[in-house]
Design a protein around this ligand. Structure first.
Ligand code: PLP
Length: 373
C-alpha cells in the first residue's frame, strides 16, 4: 500500500499518477523460497502464464551469439526482426513497432493518443495493463461490465464517448481466458468510429487452434484505426527478454514511433526473437503441451466440482471460494498460482498451464488443501 505522501515533491505529483495502484505480478520463485523456507528447485510456479518449456534452444544460441557484441547500442529500428516479421505476416516494415514486451507497445499507443480530457474503454476483468497505461496519461477509464467473464463488445461499442481515443480488446483475454469469434470482432471493428483506435491484444493468439485463428492482418489492412499487438513472452517462451510488437497502418505506427524510446528492445532480445520466430517446431510443442495440460486441469476441476471459465489461453481461471486462504496453503506447499482479487475476482485463482509433472504437483496440493485426497 502507498503510504501517505509527505515529501513536497511527492505531493506535487499529478493526482492521476498518485492514484495508480501498482501492478502486482506473480510471486517470484526466489521470494516464495525465502518467505516459506522452501527449496527453490521444488517450487512450482504457475502464476505468470510463462511457457513451461522455457525458452527455445534456438533462441538461446542466438542470444549467446548476440552477447558477443553488447558494447554497441541495439539496432534502434530492429531491422532483422522487423524483416522476419514482415515476411511472416505479409506487411511492410513501416507497419511494425517493436516493444520491450507487448506491454511497451500498449503504452506507446496510450502515450501517443491519450491525455487528460480523453478516455479509453476496456472491459471489466481485462488485462491490468490497460488500466495502468490509461491512468498514467491522465485520461479517463471507461470500464464496461463483462459478460460471462468476457468482453461484451456491443456494450463496449455503446460505451465509446466523444472523448474516447482508444478501445482495448484482448483476445483471448487474460485473466479469464475467454475468446471472441472472428465474426464478432469483425462486426465490432466495422462499428467503431474511425477516430477511435482499437487495440486488439493477441498475446495468446499462437495457442489458438488454427480453425479459431482470425485473419487479423486482413483487419489491419481494412481498418486504419486498428493496432494489433502480439508478444514473444508466451508461446515463444521469451518472457524474460521482453519482446513484443504491433502491426498497424503507417499513420498510427508513425505516432507510436515518436513516443518510443530509441533503443526500447535490446540486442539480445532482438536476436532471440528472430530465432524463436523461425522455430516452428518449438511453437508446435508449446501448443501441444498447453492443450494437453489444459485438458488435464479442466478434467481435474470437473472431478472436484470446481467451476472454471473455459480457456483459450495457457492458463485457466477456477472458482475456489476462499481463494486467499487456498493460495496461502498452496504457497506453503511450494505451489505459486495467481490470486485475482485485484481484478475483482476474490473467489477465483488463475492457474497457468505447466509441464505434466507441474500440473500434477499443483493438483496434488489442491486436492490436499481441499481435503479431497
Ligand atoms: C502476458 C500478456 C501480454 C504480454 O505481456 P508482455 O509485455 O509481452 O510480456 C499482453 N497482453 C496480455 C493480455 C497478456 O496476458
Amino acid at each position: 500500500m502507498a503510504s501517505n505522501p509527505v515529501e513536497p515533491a511527492v505531493e506535487r505529483a499529478p493526482a492521476h499518477v498518485r492514484a495508480i495502484a501498482p501492478y502486482s505480478g506473480g510471486k517470484p520463485i526466489s521470494e516464495v523460497a525465502r518467505e516459506y523456507g522452501l527449496d527453490e528447485s521444488r517450487i512450482v510456479k504457475l502464476a505468470s502464464n510463462e511457457n513451461p518449456l522455457g525458452m527455445p534452444e534456438s533462441a538461446k544460441r542466438a542470444m549467446l551469439a548476440a552477447a558477443a557484441d553488447l558494447g554497441r547500442y541495439p539496432d534502434g529500428n530492429g531491422f532483422e526482426l522487423k524483416d522476419a516479421l514482415s515476411r511472416r505476416l505479409g506487411v511492410p516494415q513501416d507497419w511494425l513497432t517493436l516493444g520491450n514486451g507487448s506491454n511497451d507497445v500498449l503504452e506507446l499507443v496510450a502515450h501517443a493518443l491519450l491525455q487528460p480530457g480523453a478516455s479509453a474503454v476496456y472491459s471489466q476483468y481485462s488485462f491490468a495493463v490497460y488500466a495502468l497505461a490509461t491512468q498514467a496519461t491522465g485520461a479517463r477509464a471507461i470500464v464496461v461490465p463483462a459478460r460471462e467473464h468476457g468482453h461484451d463488445l456491443k456494450a463496449m461499442r455503446a460505451a465509446i464517448a466523444d472523448d474516447t481515443r482508444i478501445v482495448f480488446v484482448a483476445n483471448p483475454n487474460n485473466p479469464t481466458g475467454t475468446f471472441l469469434p472472428a465474426a464478432e470482432i469483425d462486426a465490432f471493428l466495422a462499428s467503431v468510429p474511425p477516430q477511435v483506435v482499437v487495440v486488439l491484444d493477441e498475446a495468446y493468439n499462437e495457442y489458438l487452434e488454427p480453425a479459431l485463428r482470425a485473419d487479423a492482418i486482413a483487419w489491419v489492412k481494412r481498418f486504419p484505426n486498428l493496432v494489433l499487438s502480439r508478444t514473444f513472452s508466451k508461446a515463444y517462451g521469451l518472457a524474460g527478454l521482453r519482446v513484443g510488437y504491433s502491426v498497424a497502418q503507417p499513420g498510427i505506427t508513425d505516432l507510436m514511433n515518436r513516443v518510443r524510446q530509441p533503443f526500447n528492445v535490446n540486442s539480445i532480445a532482438q536476436a532471440a526473437a528472430v530465432a524463436a520466430l523461425a522455430d516452428t517446431e518449438f511453437l508446435e510443442r508449446s501448443r501441444r503441451v498447453n492443450a494437453e495440460g489444459l485438458a488435464t486441469l479442466e478434467k481435474a476441476f470437473d472431478a472436484l466440482g470446481l467451476p472454471y471459465v473455459k480457456s483459450y489461453g495457457n492458463f485457466v481461471l477456477v472458482k475456489v471460494g476462499d481463494a486467499a486462504g487456498l493460495n496461502q496453503t498452496l504457497l506453503r506447499a511450494g505451489v505459486i498460482v495467481r490470486p485475482v482479487a485485484n481484478y475483482g475476482l476474490p473467489e477465483w485463482l488463475r492457474i497457468s498451464v505447466g509441464l505434466p509433472e507441474e500440473n500434477a504437483a499443483f493438483l496434488a496440493a489442491l486436492r490436499a488443501a481441499l481435503g479431497r485426497t
